[in-house]
Design a protein around this ligand. Structure first.
Ligand code: ATP
Length: 136
């Protein structure tokens, strides 16, 4: 489609999104950024969070991403992520269990040496974004 951006979201396992978009917004490490067609090329690391895009019909879509980076070209955005899911693919029960586990790990980390606080916080963040995307 003329005037649109090709959005590709891929993980090591699969292609998660392959779509024509009017606009893509992603959680860059230095803040959220938006890409429209004709954008200056750039490359950035992403935070764990939500990528959103407007499709050619004007409808908005949301994608969870974690451990990713993005390459923006004038007519293409490629996101490579360790994990990524659209809402329908998210298992809410699993995300809630992961949240609970991460909370306990963080509590333990306050009392005890040897618990990886950074890792527990990262797991907590992933679970929170998945739950919020799923609307749970
Ligand atoms: P968990 O502790 O439940 O494994 P996690 O945040 O550690 O969660 P990740 O390392 O981000 O999991 O992802 C590992 C794989 O499992 C990826 O393929 C990811 O897409 C998938 N995954 C993780 N959590 C969920 C979920 N709640 N629903 C659907 N897929 C999930």
């Amino acid at each position: 489609m003329a005037g649109s951006i090709r959005l590709e979201v891929v993980t090591p396992e699969r292609s998660v999104v392959s779509a024509d978009a009017q606009m893509v917004v992603a959680p860059g490490i230095q803040g959220e950024f938006g890409v429209l067609v004709g954008h200056t090329p750039f490359l950035t690391t992403l935070k764990t969070g939500i990528v959103r895009y407007t499709d050619s019909g004007g409808q908005e879509h949301f994608v969870f991403v974690s451990g990713g980076f993005a390459e923006a070209l004038p007519d293409k955005v490629t996101i490579l992520a360790e994990s990524a899911e659209i809402s329908d693919e998210i298992d809410l029960t699993r995300a809630k269990a992961a949240l609970e586990r991460a909370r306990k790990r963080l509590e333990e980390a306050n009392r005890q040496e040897g618990i990886d606080r950074h890792r527990a916080k990262a797991a907590l963040e992933r679970a929170m974004f998945r739950i919020s995307l799923k609307g749970g």
